[in-house]
Write a protein that binds this ligand. Structure first.
Ligand code: ZN
Length: 373
């Protein structure tokens, strides 16, 4: 009897010790949120160098060469990129971190060799490349567990994880059926009976806007749908997938490609401003940005990507938030797209690699040492 009692006391002491060790971490991160935005196929060349002189040309589909020069051409790389992407370079580069600058010995790469979208998104959300299993853009349910699905099952995150994207393959990439993650993707209305006035207006625009690409919504609508979702449902993890940079590049319209990137930057800025105005998000929310692949490097193949396109494996990513040291453009570091999954989890205090050991490590030093687990 006495031995039994001692065992019980020891057990109680042990579990209270574990609580004491576990609690500070839990308190520090229990309110953390993350917003993840992708700009499909947006090249590192424009990311770090702004508009490229060789492509501001009729041959690259620029309708008004002088107009585009006035708008986006500046003498130095620094001025050009700040003109094209003001939020990225005036805010994230100063208060956060940017990966993928080859001139800083920090080129970032895909691990998959296909260099197109489904394999890229699968790599970033699942944390590893699967060249054999994920080799097309067909709407095949992804067999691998993704980080949104993992988070959606963690205590405190249930039904607070959502994905809103222009491209209609995301329900398959994120295996909506198995994962249970809310996914709104492609040209589809906002579902539900109790819609707000703005949501009803958006649904009208979704049904009445000219269809440029049958499988891809235009960015501004997806961004507004995401904004309304955020305000109404207050998710802890929200993915927003934008697609126009890729579409206009494939269409060989460098002017519209630049404009789409400039708008994507502006949407991101507005969303960040909105987050800082909401008590649930202010100073508790990280922002992560990335692309799913690069593109070719020449006037002929800047439009394209894929296994045969040299250079389309180079990418970029960026992180801004309360736990991320302001290291600016990172140097002497090699990053991969597969590191995004664990990065998203770690920013909200969760360990994706424990559940998915094949997943790559988080991007290095995006969380200050005192916060790291
Ligand atoms: Zn593409």
């Amino acid at each position: 009897m006495r031995a039994w009692l001692i065992a019980l006391i020891l057990l109680a002491m042990n579990s209270s010790l574990a609580n004491a060790q576990g609690e500070p971490e839990l308190i520090a991160r229990k309110d953390r949120k993350v917003i993840y935005i992708t700009w499909d196929g947006f090249r590192w060349q424009e990311m770090f160098g702004g508009a490229q002189e060789i492509l501001i040309a009729k041959d690259a589909g620029v309708a008004d060469v002088d107009g585009v020069k006035r708008r986006y051409w500046r003498e130095t790389d620094d001025e050009r990129r700040e003109t094209l992407l003001p939020f990225m370079w005036k805010t994230i580069a100063k208060r956060g971190q940017i990966f993928g600058d080859p001139s800083k010995n920090a080129a970032a790469k895909l691990e998959n060799t296909h260099k197109f979208s489904y394999p890229g998104y699968s790599e970033m959300f699942c944390g590893f490349a699967d060249d054999k299993g994920i080799d097309s853009n067909k709407k095949v349910p992804n067999p691998h567990v993704n980080v949104l699905e993992f988070l959606n099952r963690r205590p405190g995150f249930e039904q607070r994880v959502a994905a809103i994207a222009t491209w209609d393959v995301f329900p398959s990439i994120l295996n909506q059926q198995r994962s249970g993650v809310y996914v709104n993707a492609g040209i589809v209305p906002i579902p539900g009976d109790s819609l707000t006035d703005r949501e009803r207006l958006l649904n009208e625009m979704i049904s009445d806007t000219v269809v440029l690409w049958p499988d891809n919504q235009i960015d501004v609508i997806t961004m507004q749908v995401a904004r309304e979702y955020l305000l109404k449902h207050k998710p802890r993890v929200l993915f927003i997938g934008l697609g126009e940079t890729d579409e206009w590049a494939h269409a060989r319209r460098y002017d519209r490609y630049l404009h789409a990137a400039n708008r994507a930057d502006a949407f991101t800025a507005k969303l960040w401003e909105l987050l800082q105005s909401l008590p649930e998000y202010k100073d508790q929310t990280s922002l992560v940005l990335a692309c799913d692949h690069g593109r070719g490097n020449t006037i002929r193949d800047w439009t394209d990507h894929g296994a045969k396109i040299e250079g389309a494996e180079f990418i970029w990513s960026a992180v801004l938030g309360p736990d991320t040291p302001a290291m600016g453009v990172r140097s002497d570091v090699s990053a991969t797209l597969s590191q995004i999954a664990a990065t998203l989890a770690t920013l909200v205090g969760e360990d994706f690699r424990a559940a998915s050991p094949k997943s790559a490590a988080p991007l290095p030093d995006v969380i200050s040492a005192s916060m790291a687990q």
